[in-house]
Design a protein around this ligand. Structure first.
Ligand code: FES
Ligand SMILES: [Fe+2]
Length: 353
């Protein structure tokens, strides 16, 4: 059975899903007292960190005359001051001062505000919640990073010049490895793979199994589990025992849509210090693998600019089909305010790669 699924570009629903948490930046990139502009879902966001260490986010457009607030100053009182006429905004986006007003011109400046975004910070990541209705309380919390030491041990970010949809399905695509990651030191003869999948609250999981790549044997006897949840959080959790010590390696890959055509792929890993001997592998494999994926989506642009119809086929493209279905169901639930029902059913997928 061949299924054809229309993708964002040709108008099959919105490209961006809201009421979800997005990784906007790594904690280490934002020092106390700093602020800057970050694009997120096509909107300019001022991302800042107060001198108290707390990160905050607000719309990076002054409501007076549109100047980016991130180009202004963070004042000693913690407010952000616009560089044009000096209006001040608290971290919750409420205007706290309009310097041009003189006595007798009583205007309640707190009636003016810019959109502010809920922010969470954990395990080295800054998450921003993009509500479908600005101001609405978050429907959920960002994923829990379940590691004993919440220090990022390795990270790599690359900008993909494509929509979030192509970035996501490019990364989850099980059939591309032999062609896109065609390195002699990584290659293996194609074999039939059979993997068990089950639904998760807003996505699905390839349940724990023994990884087939020989590189993993460096870690002794391991199992790996790969999850995917909206908007684009993919966890790979490796568990094993080495020299009598149990260990866990957690990798997170997210696709952060900056705008419709630019998506940051952010990959981070947490693992115990005593596993540091695996770091050279990350230096070698990490940038290479993400770079392979980036180059193929750049090549894909050459076809996509003619707005062709695209296909997703069984079983190799099933994760991509699920991604579109989950995303659509989530978008409907945000729009109608109804409960989200995950369309994914437990299944074994078979493909050759
Ligand atoms: S444009 Fe920001 S204060 Fe006037
Ligand atoms: Fe890949």
């Amino acid at each position: 059975m061949t299924e054809t699924v229309a993708m964002g570009r040709d108008g099959a629903g919105d490209l961006f899903v809201r009421d979800l948490w997005y990784v906007i930046a790594l904690s280490r990139s934002l020092k106390p007292g700093a602020m800057r502009r970050e694009m997120l879902l096509g909107e300019p966001v001022l991302l800042g960190r107060g001198r108290d260490g707390k990160a905050f986010a607000m719309r990076d457009i002054c409501p007076h005359r549109g100047v980016p607030l991130s180009a202004g100053k963070m004042l000693a009182n913690g407010a952000v001051q616009c560089p044009y006429h000096g209006w001040e905004f608290r971290k919750d986006g409420v205007c706290s001062a309009i310097p041009s007003l003189v006595e007798g011109q009583d205007m309640d400046c707190t009636k003016i505000s810019v959109r502010s975004y809920p922010v969470r910070e954990d395990a080295g990541l800054i998450w921003v919640y993009v509500a479908a209705r600005p101001g609405a309380a978050p429907r959920n919390e960002p994923p829990v990073i379940d590691v004993p030491v919440k220090k990022i041990r390795w990270h790599e970010t690359q900008l993909f010049r494509c929509s979030i949809d192509h970035a996501v399905i490019g990364l989850m695509d099980p059939a591309h490895a032999a062609y896109v990651h065609d390195h002699w030191w990584w290659k293996r003869k194609a074999r039939v793979k059979e993997k068990h999948y089950a639904p998760l609250p807003t996505g699905f999981v390839m349940t724990a199994h023994k990884p087939s790549k020989p590189a993993y044997s460096l870690l002794g006897d391991v199992t790996t589990e790969i999850t995917f949840e909206l908007p684009s959080t993919r966890f790979e959790t490796l568990k094993g025992r080495l020299l009598g010590h149990g260990f866990k390696i957690v990798g997170l890959t997210v696709c952060t849509p900056r705008d419709a055509e630019n998506t940051d792929i952010i990959q981070v890993f947490w693992f115990p210090w005593w596993l540091s001997f695996i770091l050279p592998l990350f230096w070698l494999l990490g940038p290479t693998f993400i770079g392979d994926d980036r180059k193929i989506v750049e090549l894909q642009r050459e076809g996509l600019k003619f707005n062709p119809n695209l296909m997703l086929i069984q079983d190799g493209d099933q994760p991509a089909i699920w991604y579109h279905r989950v995303k659509k169901a989530w978008a409907e639930s945000t729009e109608k305010g109804t409960e989200f029902v995950n369309p994914v059913r437990e299944r074994v997928l078979r493909w050759k790669s």
